[in-house]
Design a binder for this molecule. Structure first.
Ligand SMILES: [Cu+2]
Length: 300
């Protein structure tokens, strides 16, 4: 789910927890402050493009949007949580002027209404307000507490489920495979463990397909979604072909054959898949640990 907002001088939503939903914040553009508090550890990060934050169940969290054109991609598992946004939204709108969003710096507080009625209504959407939570404001270089590693060293993924964590763009684990022709670099956000075997998420950076290697056809048991972040992706699903550019999404139902290739020298996509045996896990089987966000200078 993509959400785009202008900046605001206040929180974008009341501090809250979800008892049943694992919320995943991916910063598509602009700046977002995200707070996550669990197990007596209260952390805040400034997310810029490509950064990721994991908010598992029963984590108190809130966020604030800081730039005029701030866009998040939320993956909320299990499905159905989008009903909250239909409830909060005023209308299904489109503009004859061809603007995708209202061209004004308005930021209402639809998500942060504090009346008792709204708060109790939100509970039916698995949103439980935590009104006593005060987000810490002692950020230094994008992190609170100030001594956390953030854009100045490796980001790591916990080896257990349930703990909130943050990954700075390019600073997390990276794996390289050339088994299917093009180089592909997998940067995991959510592993089978941290996704509790319900879903996984990563980015995949891919080179062009070498001319002498035929494009593999995939057919995965579970659903797959790809969103283009950089470059462009040519995708064949069943007998449809489309070329996707930045922001475009393809959804591939489980049991459907598909092929994909980069139409640029380097393209980057975000992958989200159901289950724990999706495209990322298939690529990782042949991948080796890799230090860089770009590929080798020779073909696989
Ligand atoms: Cu939430």
């Amino acid at each position: 789910m993509g959400t785009n907002s202008p900046y605001s001088s206040s929180l974008g939503v009341l501090p809250h927890i979800h008892e049943r939903h694992h919320e995943n914040f991916f910063s598509f553009k602009g700046r977002t402050q995200l707070w996550a508090d669990k197990y007596n550890d209260s952390e805040g990060r400034l997310l810029t493009a490509g950064d990721y934050g994991s908010v598992p169940t029963n984590t108190t969290h809130t966020f604030q949007l800081l730039d005029p054109d701030t866009e998040l991609v939320g993956v909320i598992v299990p499905g159905g949580f989008e009903d909250l946004f239909y409830f909060l939204g005023n209308a299904n709108v489109s503009y004859a002027t061809q603007t995708p969003f209202v061209p004004a710096d308005v930021s209402d507080s639809a998500g942060s209404g504090s009346s008792a009625t709204i708060i109790s209504e939100l509970e039916s959407f698995d949103v439980y307000a935590q009104l006593s939570f005060t987000p810490r404001r002692d950020f230094v270089n994008g992190t609170a507490p100030a001594n956390a590693t953030w854009h100045d060293g490796s980001s790591t993924i916990p080896s257990v489920a349930g703990t909130p964590y943050f990954l700075a763009s390019g600073w997390g684990p990276k794996y390289l495979t050339g088994k299917y022709g093009a180089w592909q670099i997998v940067q995991p956000f959510v592993t089978p463990t941290t996704g509790e075997h319900d879903f996984t998420q990563c980015t995949i950076t891919l080179s062009r397909q070498p001319a002498n290697v035929s494009l593999p056809s995939w057919n995965l048991t579970d659903h797959t979604a790809l969103q283009v972040l950089e470059g462009g992706l040519k995708v064949e699903v069943g007998n449809e072909t489309a070329t996707l550019i930045g922001g475009d999404v393809v959804f591939i139902p489980g049991g459907t054959a598909f092929k994909y290739q980069s139409v640029a020298a380097s393209s980057k996509v975000m992958y989200v898949g159901a289950g724990d045996a999706g495209l990322d896990q298939q690529l990782l089987k042949s991948a080796r640990s890799w230090e860089y966000v770009s590929f080798p200078t020779y073909w696989p």
